[in-house]
Design a protein around this ligand. Structure first.
Ligand SMILES: Cc1ncc(COP(=O)(O)O)c(C=O)c1O
Length: 295
């Protein structure tokens, strides 16, 4: 039976209770992070907690982002769910907590946040999709979707876009702006590669600043690759040599087709594959460096 961590306690998922007046439930008034654990090692935890803390500060929800404390909670949750030795997906949700139903305004009383951490086995299909690549479908619903660029609980359009993409045989939805440029995926950021040069849409396009995007930009620079944060017109993406998507669970996912039109050779390209290896090396490096000091 799954165990979750709710408001400081480990409880059976079936017994976990959140108030019917919780503002996360009523208004999407909260934030979340999705983080990948590699056989017990949570990659990029400081970055994820940093993004969550920044968003929480922006919208006035108290959140304590101490990485050491969270690492201990995560280890214990993985252990209780027998997920220490496998790859797992963690989701940390923080809401403003309960208030009297019916008020769209933030409550007058100081927030009493709800904090929920769940751990699940990683989707077993990710590894195969990383090997062969995936197709995406564009949705043209305009921009911006996320004016504060925070990972808020409001994922209605991301979810509907993903469902639409899946119903048409694609794995991911790509949001395109009215200017014809690609902004990001429903649960990913996007990169194109042409003549060995990488381009990814800039933060000013309204995207969610992905942790994996940040790591990949650093890795690409370290590898001596040229990388531009610049608008990516859909046409340019379609005619790129290679493309890939990034996300904490999917890491670097080769994007081999968009709207049924093949990108490059229609298989994961060499730059994408090289960065996939670099990413895994970065995970191991962090485990060796940070992990050694934290256990
Ligand atoms: C809209 C959106 N953009 C980008 C990402 C990638 O973010 P990260 O690399 O932090 O997982 C996600 C992840 O879920 C997302 O939902």
């Amino acid at each position: 039976m799954a165990v979750v961590y709710l408001n400081g306690r480990y409880v059976q998922a079936e017994r976990a209770k959140v108030s019917a007046f919780d503002r996360g439930f009523s208004y999407g008034d909260g934030l979340f992070e999705t983080i990948r654990a590699y056989a017990g090692w949570v990659f990029g935890l400081e970055r994820h907690l940093g993004r969550l803390k920044k968003g929480a500060d922006q919208i006035g929800i108290p959140f304590e982002g101490d990485a050491g404390a969270w690492r201990r909670v995560i280890s214990e949750l993985l252990r209780r769910n027998r997920l220490q030795a496998v790859d797992a997906s963690l989701r940390l949700t923080v809401t403003r907590g309960p208030d009297v139903l019916g008020s769209l305004l933030p409550p007058d009383a100081p927030p009493s946040p709800t904090l929920l951490l769940v751990a699940r086995p990683l989707d077993a299909g990710i590894a195969e999709r990383q090997r062969v690549g995936i197709g995406a479908m564009t949705v043209h619903w305009g921009n911006p979707f996320n004016p504060l660029q925070i990972k808020s609980l409001d994922y209605l359009y991301n979810m509907l876009a993903t469902a639409q993409a899946k119903s048409e045989g694609a794995q991911e939805a790509l949001f395109a702006g009215t200017d014809g440029c690609v902004i990001e995926g429903a649960t990913s950021n996007v990169f194109s590669v042409s003549q060995g040069m990488l381009t990814t849409p800039p933060e000013s396009s309204g995207l969610l600043p992905g942790i994996t995007r940040e790591v990949v930009i650093e890795l690409a620079k370290r590898e001596g690759l040229t990388i531009h944060e610049a608008p990516v017109p859909l046409d340019a993406l379609l005619t790129a040599d290679e493309a890939f998507l990034t996300g904490s669970l999917k890491e670097i996912m080769p994007l081999i087709a968009v709207d049924g039109s093949t990108i490059g050779k229609g298989s994961p390209g060499p730059v994408t594959q090289h960065l996939q290896k670099c990413y895994r090396a970065a995970v191991e490096q962090e485990r060796a460096q940070v992990g050694a000091g934290s256990v």
